[in-house]
Design a protein around this ligand. Structure first.
Ligand code: NAD
Length: 486
């Protein structure tokens, strides 16, 4: 994470023509201005966006104090009260779709329809938990004892988010915390602070002060959150290296930690697929949002017997994700210069090593904006950078396989614990392969898209703990065992 450059200005817009929005940290139910600000660079135009306030150490201390105060009451709220609250928050999102869409599309470079879809999906998270909650469970009973498992909130959650889906990936943390009786202080990525700060500001109208707060800042603020004694658990989504650092920092106060980290996800295509159906799915899995999706297909393994035909079709399909198409709904620029520079490094590494690039490969296809065209790399070796590390960009290595055991072993590298996909019309075969893949979710015959009802989390270097589904709530609670003598 780059440091946050401050410009000291307050309440101004970077570029003419931007909607007249202002952004604040939200502490104890109120908007708070800041001495220091920064401006995000629009990834399409490279023009500066609005001022975003940078929270100080005092802001963090005040937010922690307010959250602990609010927790005393919020932890005793009933499930029904919390379900009403999350429903109210869903309505706030839906009533403000336009403003949230505008803020998010500018900060991420997404198209308006895609950004709008993300905002609406964030509301679905809240709606889902309107009816889903953890109940007490009878564990055991005999003549002498009755044992009940109950679920207690942990306290104040420090939530730390990445930039690729700023609202979806933040709201899942916020709703999980609220639905289980925790209070939450969330820090957006400084690359995408606007939609989350605005969402938190708007949500104050339906929540008690201190229950949901937002502070903008960079690694240093995140670091302070992980070290703060008044924060009791951390839910982090981001890179493996930062996750490892967070885990070390949390050891000091023994915080409970959820780590949703990168996934170098394998996509396995069997020999019996219908290419008409499968190639568009695989292309979307790899290229949607220019590959900046944690569960995107980052390594394609195509059965040797269909490899050439598949590749030919994939090249054609990838042209639908074009850099010169400003109307494209699902493809855009890389969301920030840091990720663009990283992706350029991967393309250059492919060229330096003589890997065959059959389409794409230009790193500056447009004068303005952080664009990289869909870039397909044919049969790079397994130890190539483009295979070993997640690209988080539209750079797609396509390998071949012949034996199931071999492709499963190649899929199961340490940083591939988040997701995987398998394509074959033979569902027994698909499940047999899926159950041997060491990743939190396996999508069968569909590109990777988390569903609010399905638990989502990583294994191995992709992290632990998780969110979504009823099971996700368990990670935001202590399980308390009530052992009642008869
Ligand atoms: P990142 O790790 O650079 O930053 C994530 C967040 O951590 C940001 O808010 C950042 O300011 C903060 N941070 C940075 N250093 C910190 C520190 N020392 N202590 C505390 N906080 C700190 O990740 P990113 O570039 O924003 O996001 C992209 C990464 O996230 C990719 O690797 C992607 O695969 C991963 N991701 C994972 C999931 C998932 O659900 N597993 C979802 C989306 C993205």
């Amino acid at each position: 994470m780059p440091s946050v450059a401050t410009n000291g200005t307050n309440g101004t817009n970077g570029t003419k023509g931007l909607p007249d929005f202002q952004f604040f940290n939200i502490i104890d139910g109120k908007r708070r201005t800041s001495k220091d600000h920064h401006q995000v660079t629009d990834p399409r135009t490279e023009e500066p966006l609005w001022d975003a306030p940078i929270a100080s150490t005092k802001d963090l201390d005040d937010a922690v104090e307010a959250a602990n105060r609010a927790f005393k009451t919020w932890k005793n709220s009933t499930t029904a009260e919390r379900q009403k609250a999350v429903h109210d928050v869903a309505n706030v999102i839906l009533e403000n779709v336009d403003i949230l869409t505008e803020a998010q599309m500018k900060e991420t470079g997404k198209s308006r329809p895609m950004s709008r879809f993300d905002v609406e999906r964030a509301a679905w998270h809240f709606e889902y938990y309107r009816t889903v909650a953890l109940e007490d469970e009878l564990q055991y009973e005999d003549d002498t004892i009755r044992i009940i498992a109950t679920h207690a909130p942990i306290g104040v959650l420090g939530a730390i988010s990445p930039w690729n889906f700023p609202l979806i990936l933040s709201t899942v943390k916020v709703v999980s915390a609220l639905a289980t009786g925790n209070c939450v202080i969330i820090k957006p990525s400084p690359f995408t602070p606007y939609s989350l700060l605005k969402f938190c500001e708007l949500a104050q109208s339906v929540l008690p002060p201190g229950v949901f707060q937002a502070l903008n800042g960079g690694a240093d603020l995140g670091e302070q959150m992980t070290l703060h004694a008044g924060i009791h658990h951390i839910s982090f989504t981001g890179t493996i290296a930062v996750g490892q650092r967070i885990l070390r920092n949390c050891a000091g106060t023994l915080k409970k930690v959820i780590l949703e980290l990168a996934g170098n996800n394998a996509c396995i295509v069997c020999d019996d697929v219908d290419l008409d159906k499968v190639v568009p799915q695989v292309a979307t899995g790899a290229l949607f949002h220019a590959g900046q999706v944690c569960v995107a297909s980052k390594r394609l393994y195509i059965h040797e017997s269909i490899y050439d035909r598949f590749l030919e079709r994939l090249i054609e399909e990838s042209k639908k994700f074009a850099v010169d198409d400003d109307e494209s709904v699902s493809f855009g620029p890389l969301s920030n210069k840091a990720n663009y520079d990283r992706a350029v490094g991967i393309v250059e590494d492919c060229k330096r090593n003589g890997y065959k690039i059959v389409t794409g490969g230009e790193v500056k296809p447009r004068e303005k904006g952080f664009w990289i065209p869909p870039t397909i790399v044919v049969r790079p070796p397994e130890d190539a950078l483009v295979v070993r590390e997640e690209q988080f960009a539209p750079i797609v290595p396509v390998m071949s396989w012949a034996e199931e055991d071999d492709v499963i072993a190649r899929a199961n590298i340490d940083n591939a614990g988040l997701g995987a996909s398998v394509y074959t019309p033979d569902l027994d075969r698909a499940q047999k392969i899926a159950r041997q893949l060491e990743s939190g979710t396996v999508w069968i015959n569909q590109f990777e898209r988390p569903h609010h009802a399905g638990f989502f989390g990583g294994w191995k270097l992709s992290g632990f703990g998780g969110e979504l589904g009823k099971q996700g709530l368990l990670h935001y609670c202590h399980t308390q065992s009530l052992q009642i003598a008869k």
